[in-house]
Design a protein around this ligand. Sequence first.
Ligand code: APR
Ligand code: PHB
Length: 391
Amino acid sequence: MRTQVGIIGAGPAGLMLSHLLHLQGIDSIVLENRSRKEIEGTIRAGVLEQGTVELLKGTGVGERLVKEGSVHHGIELQFNGRRHRINMNELTGGKSITVYAQHEVIKDLVASRLHDGAQIYFDVRDVRLLDIETSSPKIRFRKDGVEEEIECDFIAGCDGYHGPSRKSIPESERKEFKHTYPFGWLGILAEAPPSNPELIYSNHESGFALISTRSIDIQRYYLQVDPSEHIENWSDDRIWTELHKRVDLKDWKLNDGPIIQKNIVSMRSFICETMQYGRLYLAGDATHIVPPTGAKGLNLAIADVQVLSNAMKKYYHEQQTELLTRYSEICTRRVWKAQRFSAWMTRMLHRNFEHSPFEYGLQLAELDLVTSSQSAAKSLAEQYVGLPLEY
Ligand code: APR
Ligand code: PHB
């Protein structure tokens, strides 16, 4: 087999890249080791920045997002038993975010790609990258027990943190940074009506809680837990007791209902600044992980492939390599700012039980400042709706 761009991974990064390349008349093949059903059913994040929404809409994959997504003009921060609204719309000159689950974005992208005749191979095994330092890199894999090879001009590694792409870059060439946070998130999906028109990020002395939504009858809630916690220790009753304690106010109670899904994830930051090596280009979780408090993971993946597809367009249609050469530099600058924002939101909102009362006092003062100073709130709002993609 031969294609122009061999894409490993059918997450938001890989699928969107394939879609954007197709719109430029550039051919790609996508390889995914899970089934279509699995990628379309995995519960992940759900906040789309203004720029992500515009890109999806502007490239013809935003129809369902417009119908079913929920546009939010603000978020609420809760601490010391009081709730404070950050009016993102006013603070950013009219911008907003849209709550629309990541697996719904996946469904829309897969449907669109298949409708346009894309080659997506699901359930592939044993994906290997070869000759990435040459002008003719190759991907080998097995499909239904048969060994296959794709020869391409470029390989896009969109295969998440654990995929083989990043590891194909010699360790000595990779510049990586890691940080782990002493926090985990227990996430649930519950059958209940929405409790609030906007997301609530609550700093409570027992720990952080986040109230998000999915639809008029399914809600998404998160609780800060110890990262080593096991989900078996969290009965539905225990989850509701803790959620009510951390978000309820005198005149406001969280809507609860049957829990239909629950899991625990740990929180970390990771950046591989070497986003390009030879003819291999990394995008999305394959090259950076952010803690979910800033809601940036999916949006960073989409921003990477926006830059990459433009760079490839310049290469194929204008014989220009400048943007391809600058790919790592352009993306990592923005990724570092998103890391900074995500780490800041994480530290401001979570309860660190190792901290002294003084340090907790500073944390509450930070929340007080952000919710009372227009310029501090503006900075949060600008980053939450998404910094511009500059290059
Ligand atoms: N071969 C083929 N595909 C692979 C392999 C492999 N060896 N390893 C992983 N994959 C696939 C995964 O199954 C997954 O579908 O690569 C895909 C990577 O997708 P994501 O993990 O969703 O990563 P990305 O597309 O970068 O999206 C960014 O935003 O909200 C965040 O972390 C969240 O998924 C999210 C991300
Ligand atoms: C979600 O709805 O899944 C969500 C919302 C906001 C976040 C993280 C996750 O910061």
